[in-house]
Ligand binder design. Structure first.
Ligand code: FAD
Length: 304
């Protein structure tokens, strides 16, 4: 199987998610080639072919033009699958490529099983296996689901690509900075995060008190943010912030892949969960099996 891996490039830099694509293709046992609309100064460290189109000419994003370039590289490579990260870039571009190829698309892949791909369902509590029936397939992988501890290395063979037809009614204008956050979790050394298991909004100050006693910040899982218990600026995960504190305390958080993707770089993880089999236990250094609203106040009192 041959895989064309579509790298991401933003504001002059190659994004680290590129290496997750390589880890995915390695696990798939596929022959790899990469595709980048970027620049010579931001090539990935790898020993594969990189089809390189110039971002200065083609824009950091233009779905019409980028689609043509991806299709051109896929044809030259005779790729069986074209793989994107399931980011805002991937989820916009991948279906356009799939439609142009009349190929099946599998989105948000979190695992590989014999002959198929695992994707989350039932709010990421279960997994189902999807097998593309089309000859060629377009795939998007969940950020954080495939990573390698190996340091990327190698020098790519660069094949330059261009498109004669760069016409598009769309134009890339620029990036709009996100609203100013009231907390910057990316710099926090200690984060204590509240999950749905905390129960209700009135219990958030109890979690916040532990964060304060540890000299840290309050984090949260997505349901807590969606319920309006805390502001989105506290959300950790694929649609929140990616954090790397020295200590991460997960209170009543199950450990869905989208949450783990945002906190897996933490040095030390403590999870408090009443379910001893909660998936967070697989990444936690310490799993405290307890009712969070009994354990946390007792721990905070000790620390104080
Ligand atoms: P649940 O999964 O409901 O888990 C609650 C946990 O609390 C359970 O393990 C339970 O055993 C435990 N519990 C219950 N009561 C108690 C108690 N009294 N004491 C102790 N433990 C208790 N999620 C994120 O967090 N961040 C993201 O950025 C994010 N992005 C997403 C993007 C997409 C496209 C999708 C589809 C989903 C995303 N999600 C994200 C949602 C994610 O899939 C999970 O649904 C979410 O992380 C679950 O949050 P939770 O662990 O707080 O809740």
């Amino acid at each position: 199987m041959k895989a064309l891996l579509v790298c991401e490039y933003r504001e002059g830099k190659l994004l680290d998610s590129t290496y997750e694509l390589l880890a995915f293709a390695d696990r798939l046992g596929a022959e790899k080639a990469m595709f980048l609309i970027g620049s010579d100064s931001a090539l990935p460290a790898c020993s594969t072919t990189v089809y390189l189109a110039d971002a200065a000419k083609h824009g950091e994003y233009n779905p019409d033009v980028h689609k043509k370039l991806v299709l051109d590289a896929a044809q030259r490579e005779n790729a069986d699958c074209i793989v994107f990260v399931h980011s805002s870039y991937g989820w916009d571009l991948a279906p356009r490529v799939a439609a142009a190829l009349r190929a099946g698309q599998v989105s948000e892949i979190v695992g590989i099983v014999d002959g198929g791909y695992e994707v989350g369902c039932c709010n990421a509590k279960m997994r189902r296996t999807v097998v593309p029936k089309s000859g060629k397939a377009v795939l998007t992988i969940q950020a954080g689901a495939f990573s390698s501890s190996d340091t990327p290395q190698g020098t790519p063979r660069v094949e330059r690509i261009d498109t004669a037809d760069g016409a598009s009614p769309m134009e890339f204008v620029g990036y709009e900075p996100a609203e100013k956050k009231d907390v910057d979790l990316t710099r926090a050394e200690v984060i204590v995060s509240a999950g749905r298991g905390v129960g209700k909004k009135d219990n958030i100050p109890t979690i916040e008190a532990l964060a304060k006693a540890l000299g840290g910040e309050l984090g949260a899982s997505r349901p807590v943010v969606d319920a309006g218990w805390v502001d989105h600026s506290h959300q950790v995960g694929t649609t929140g912030q990616s954090v790397s504190p020295k200590l991460y305390v997960a209170c009543g958080i199950s450990g869905a892949i989208q949450h783990l993707a945002g906190m897996k770089k933490s040095d030390f993880v403590v999870a408090i969960n009443k379910d001893k089999d909660a998936p967070i236990g697989e990444v936690a250094d310490v799993l405290v099996v307890a009712d969070v609203m009994q354990f946390v106040p007792a721990l905070t009192a000790k620390l104080q």
